[in-house]
Design a protein around this ligand. Structure first.
Ligand code: 1GP
Length: 237
């Protein structure tokens, strides 16, 4: 059953906004987890995402097990490649890089992930992932060897998101890239949110509470915060 996805759809219907904190396993140590989880529990976060563009997954299980000991929030994998799959999480954003034309990130990694996923109970949530130009090259761009969509063409971005929904994506994720100089423009969020019915996730370069609220007001159903919390554990205080 698609429990986590159903909850996101219900939250959208009730206009209850969601917030995910992204943890990059490359940047945390197991010994940090209890303090991190305590801070996450005190924050408005509703979800935890775990993943990164280049991480090879060597202590992923341990990190998730440790997180689960300290928080009840659902943990979703946000993988850069199939090595970043852990059956310890609750679900996985099964990403399709709709903005790019690299077949590895459109279908190859997904095929290779199947035997790994079949050994888990993870809730698999098909997610159309759209990289938007944000001022300079981001890790997603480098690793996926794809170009982001122009931030000045909201119509084409909305068209891309709609195609994802028609293909069967259950979520659309607008990504500026971790640590992006510029977040996804509000105009883009607005146009995409109007063109799709599935929940809309927005992340990358969001570093203030004001920006979070603006993204919600523009139509984001969930905002993802990585770098801002990574740099300042008291970000939500
Ligand atoms: C990256 O959208 C996420 O995939 C979060 O980005 O690290 O810039 O918050 P930041």
């Amino acid at each position: 059953m698609q429990m986590l996805h159903n909850q996101m759809v219900s939250a959208k219907k009730e206009n209850q906004k969601l917030l995910a904190i992204l943890i990059d396993p490359d940047k945390v140590m197991i010994t940090d987890i209890s303090l991190l989880a305590e801070k996450i529990n005190q924050s408005p976060a509703t979800h935890i995402f775990v993943g990164g563009s280049s991480f090879e997954g060597y202590h992923l299980d341990d990190i998730i097990v440790a997180l689960k000991q300290h928080t009840k929030l659902p943990i979703l994998l946000f993988p850069g490649n199939p090595s970043q799959i852990s059956g310890e999480a609750d679900g996985i954003l099964f990403l399709m890089l709709l903005s790019g034309r690299n077949p590895d990130y459109l279908v190859e990694h997904q095929i290779n992930a199947v035997p790994i996923l079949e050994k888990t109970q993870l809730e698999i949530i098909s997610t159309g992932y759209i990289l938007i130009e944000s001022g300079s090259e981001t890790a997603v761009e480098r690793v996926s060897q794809t170009k982001p969509l122009s931030r000045n063409n909201p119509e084409y971005i909305a068209q891309t998101a709609k195609a994802g929904e028609l293909i069967g994506n259950k979520l659309i994720y607008l990504e500026a890239g971790s640590g992006a100089a510029n977040a996804v423009p509000l105009e883009v969020i607005e146009m995409v949110s109007k063109s799709i019915a599935v929940p809309l996730i927005v992340g990358g370069g969001i570093r203030s509470k004001k920006q979070i609220d603006e993204a919600y007001a523009a139509g984001a159903d969930m905002v993802v915060i990585g770098t801002a919390f990574e740099n300042d554990i008291n970000f939500f205080d």
